[in-house]
Design a protein around this ligand. Structure first.
Ligand SMILES: [Zn+2]
Length: 317
């Protein structure tokens, strides 16, 4: 797409071969049990096969032998089939093999007749997910913008995101029309359930700083649930993070034609000051900001019918 920058691959994809067997019965998932009471926490990487920072962070936690002081900690890699095809010469190609792994997590799809590489993997991982109390799902973004914590639509997600404190920009959102995300699966999306999930977007897919954000967010997540010693986490914690800023998603612009284009080279987090400003065109229809100070969240470069082009958010507080 003209006008948009193409981003260099500054990261190296780690070899995950030694994690294939794991100990959970689910390939590439390993659980460490403290032997004492406590929650089951999952730190999950590679829901998207080309998002290297999660693979680097979880590999780091495994190599550093991070172990829970209570409860159980599972470390895993989701869409390894896509990841194994990662090619630095064509880094956009391996987000998935057949379909987006993060759009198949509604029960009807999981239990339906349809099949794909991603659906089979989701069905394989699902029994393990069903035992998880708290999920941190590590992702990265197409554009180089500030890291974001995607807290989902519920107050419990926002509360947890604020407590973690990093990334400081917290997006309260309801996901995508194209299908349900893992972070919105089952109890994670039930206000009555104590289960909770966060999705962290650590920066641009291949930017050097992203794995550090992923590791620090993981450490903070584990500290939040009393799963590790503060002394073990401290070297990874930055001290100068401004207070959290919540942005509530009000609208998702879903593409309805084969001719969607943005009105500018948006990369995300732009704040359009006035209502009625043009964001883009879907066919001949202008898409405009519905209110003043409208924040553009994660505009996509994959401008296909049915996909979310961009989400719109309002600053809270
Ligand atoms: Zn992702």
């Amino acid at each position: 797409m003209s006008g948009y920058p193409s981003y260099a691959v500054e990261l190296e994809a780690p070899d995950l071969g030694s994690y294939r067997t794991g100990n959970t019965g689910v390939p590439y998932y390993t659980t460490f049990d403290s032997g004492t009471d406590g929650p089951h926490v999952l730190i999950n990487a590679l829901v998207h096969g080309n998002e290297l920072c999660g693979a680097i962070a979880v590999d780091y936690l495994l190599r550093r032998r991070v172990r829970p002081t209570r409860g159980r900690l599972t470390l895993g890699f989701a869409n390894v089939a896509a990841y194994l095809r990662f090619d630095p010469a064509d880094p956009n190609a391996t987000r998935y093999v057949d379909e987006d792994f993060n759009r198949v997590w509604d029960i009807a799809t999981l239990e339906g007749d349809r099949t794909s590489v991603e659906l089979e993997r989701a069905r394989e991982i699902r029994p393990l997910i069903d035992t998880v109390d708290y999920l941190l799902d590590i992702h990265s973004m197409q554009h180089r913008t500030v890291p974001l914590m995607m807290a989902g639509p519920l107050e419990k997600g926002r509360t947890l995101a604020r407590a973690i404190g990093l990334p400081r920009h917290v997006i309260a959102d309801a996901g995508h029309a194209a299908g349900r995300r893992l972070r919105d699966y089952a109890g994670f999306a039930d206000p009555a359930s104590p289960r909770n999930a966060l999705l962290v977007e650590c920066g641009q897919h291949w930017e050097r700083a992203a794995p550090g954000i992923a590791i620090e967010t993981s450490m903070r997540f584990l500290l939040q649930f009393g799963m590790i010693d503060r002394r073990a986490a401290e070297p990874h914690l930055s001290t100068d993070i401004p207070p959290p800023q919540v942005i509530e998603v009000t609208d998702a612009v879903t593409i309805t034609t084969d001719r969607f284009r943005f009105a500018g080279d948006f990369v995300g987090m732009e704040c359009l000051p006035k209502a009625g400003m043009t964001i883009g065109f879907d066919g001949d229809t202008a898409i405009v900001t519905p209110y003043d100070n409208c924040v553009l969240i994660m505009p996509t470069r994959r401008l296909a019918k049915g996909q979310t082009a961009v989400r719109l958010g309002r600053l809270i507080g």
